[in-house]
Design a protein around this ligand. Structure first.
Ligand SMILES: [Zn+2]
Length: 276
């Protein structure tokens, strides 16, 4: 299996303050896998393509506001990694990728952003994949906060399956009867989460490419409202590996601020995804 992690030191140095302290501990936890040759390290770059995807995804007004907030470069660098990973997975030069980020994306809609998110990395990668004729894309968002921004982009595209597991509030578009799903999980522990996940994964989904939005703010020691343990992450990664049945899987980091949680959560997800 050809696997890579997308990482840039700017994520730890210039990322959003709540998110950046977990980046390096999460990456440092991967050194054994990297040294053993299981995982390649790729550095994202901002290029003409990522700039164009940004301009075609978000409004000029939102981009102006992100620039004014001083988050443009690191947010675009974060999204560039996700776009570049998606392309390599599409063309078969990678089978698995995990993208570190300096800002998150799933609360960034076309003309708004909030909650440590600035540019919607996954929405931009979806645009890239569709340009490459990968149209049937499944997005499973297990960050405990609902991915309203991602839904703002994909809700009306019947080819995109968008599943949110959350414990905050639901967002519209469900009534459109496309492929939008919201799974509300109150007082969520490992059992409740894994049972809900199983209930979704057993359905007969038609997709070519899977994107996982992973926030370790779902851990009991992090700031989100789920109360998961590392065991749930291991089971999550195992279930997703089996579920994907060889189709490309792109994991994108989302919420989470606790460095100790990141140092175990991220290696756990990657190791299990690689079947190690
Ligand atoms: Zn979150």
């Amino acid at each position: 299996m050809r696997a890579a992690v997308y990482y840039h030191s700017d994520f730890a140095e210039k990322g959003y303050i709540t998110l950046r302290h977990r980046v390096k501990p999460g990456f440092d936890g991967l050194q054994d896998l990297i040294k053993a040759g299981h995982l390649e390290v790729l550095e994202p770059v901002i290029n003409a393509e990522s700039r164009e995807l940004l301009a075609n995804s978000h409004t000029a007004d939102l981009i102006k506001r992100v620039k004014a907030a001083g988050m443009h470069e690191v947010a675009l660098l974060s999204a560039s990694g996700v776009i570049q990973a998606a392309e390599k997975l599409h063309n078969g030069s990678l089978d698995f990728a995990f993208c570190f980020v300096g800002t998150a994306g799933h609360h960034a809609g076309k003309n708004y952003c909030w909650g440590f998110c600035y540019y919607n990395d996954v929405a931009m990668a979806v645009k890239k994949l569709k340009a490459l004729s990968t149209n049937r894309i499944m997005i499973i968002d297990v960050d405990p906060h609902s991915g309203d921004g991602t839904r703002d982009f994909v809700a009306r595209d019947a080819n995109i399956i968008h599943i949110n597991f959350f414990e905050d509030e639901d967002y519209p578009y469900e009534e459109l009867n496309y492929n939008n799903y919201g799974i509300l999980l109150n007082n969520c522990d490992d059992k409740k989460f894994l049972t809900a996940l199983d209930e979704m994964l057993v359905r007969d989904w038609d997709f070519e490419f899977l994107i996982m939005i992973f926030g370790h703010d779902s851990h009991s020691l992090d700031y989100g409202d789920f109360n998961l343990t590392f065991n749930a992450y291991q089971e999550l990664a195992r279930k997703i590996r089996v579920f994907a049945r060889g189709r490309p899987v792109l994991w994108v980091l989302s919420g989470g601020s606790n460095p100790q949680v990141a140092a175990t959560a991220i290696p756990t997800i990657i190791k299990e995804s690689l079947g190690l």
